[in-house]
Every structure is written in C-alpha cells, then in structure tokens.
Design a protein around this ligand. Structure first.
Ligand code: HEM
Length: 120
C-alpha cells in the first residue's frame, strides 16, 4: 500500500494525458500536431515519474511482492498505450481496435492506481 501523495505527480501527468487525449480525439484526423505532441510528451513524463517513484520505493527498504506485479502491469499497459497510439497515428492495423485498446487501457491504469493507494 502506498500513500496517495506518492502517486500524486504521476497521477497529475496521467490526468493531463487523458485530457489531451480526448482533446486530440475531438479534433479528429489528421491529428493536430501540437496537441498530439503534448499528449505524447506528457505521457512520456508520466512514465518517467512512475519510474522514479518506483525506484525510490525499491531503494527505500523492503520490496513488497505486489510491487513487482504492479511494475510489470504498468509496463505492459504503457507498452500497449505507446504502441496503439503510434500505430493509430501511422494509420497501421485496425484503427477501431487500436482506439478501443487505447481507451480501455487507461481504465486499467486507474484501477491499478486505486489498488496502489490501497482503496481497492
Ligand atoms: C499514459 C499514456 C497515455 C494515455 C493514458 C492516453 C490516453 C488517451 C485517451 C483517453 C485518448 C482519447 C481516446 C478517445 O477517443 O476516447 C487518447 C487519444 C489518442 N492518443 Fe493517447 N494516451 C497515452 C499515450 C499515447 C501515446 C504515447 C501516443 C502516441 C504515440 C498516443 C496517441 C493517441 C492518439 C493518436 C489519440 C487519438 C485517437 C483517436 O483517433 O481518437 N497516446 N489517448
């Protein structure tokens, strides 16, 4: 279990990414380059912040077994988001399927966040 303050920065970056994602989606294709780049960069910042946070936890003492599972799940979901986002922007594979994946995965991240702060 973690305290809410520890996932605050990655959480804020995540919320901003989602806001820019919906904005990008509303603007439609071809994607607005500025909004697209901001969406990507904040997503990248969120990944870096999550990585820093986990490295602090791992350095700070006992490693809980569920941390490993959480790191792996976050990594998988981030890979899905980056891959589906990139493929949508390149018009590769099935757009509707990729968009569905790109919409569902953030819900998984929220559930993971709830688990991490111990509310679930
Ligand atoms: C933490 C990572 C990310 C989260 C949480 C996230 C979330 C979202 C959300 C909620 C949307 C709106 C989806 C909708 O239409 O309902 C969206 C749209 C989009 N995202 Fe992301 N995203 C992330 C990373 C990325 C990355 C890294 C890329 C590019 C490489 C990307 C590319 C896109 C594109 C192209 C759209 C517009 C989809 C459309 O055509 O409607 N996303 N994102």
């Amino acid at each position: 279990m973690y305290s809410l303050s520890l996932i605050l920065y990655p959480g804020v970056a995540f919320v901003l990414t989602v806001i820019f994602g919906f904005w990008l989606s509303c603007l439609g294709k071809p994607y607005h380059q500025v909004v697209f780049n901001i969406h990507k960069l904040i997503a990248l910042a969120a990944v870096v912040l999550v990585g820093l946070q986990f490295s602090n936890w791992f350095k700070s003492g006992e490693v809980q077994p569920e941390w490993i599972l959480q790191v792996v799940l976050i990594a998988i979901m981030m890979i899905i988001l980056f891959a589906s986002g990139a493929l949508m922007s390149l018009d590769k594979l099935d757009y509707k399927l990729l968009r569905l994946l790109h919409r569902i995965t953030p819900v998984g991240l929220v559930l993971l966040g709830v688990w991490m702060v111990g509310l679930g």
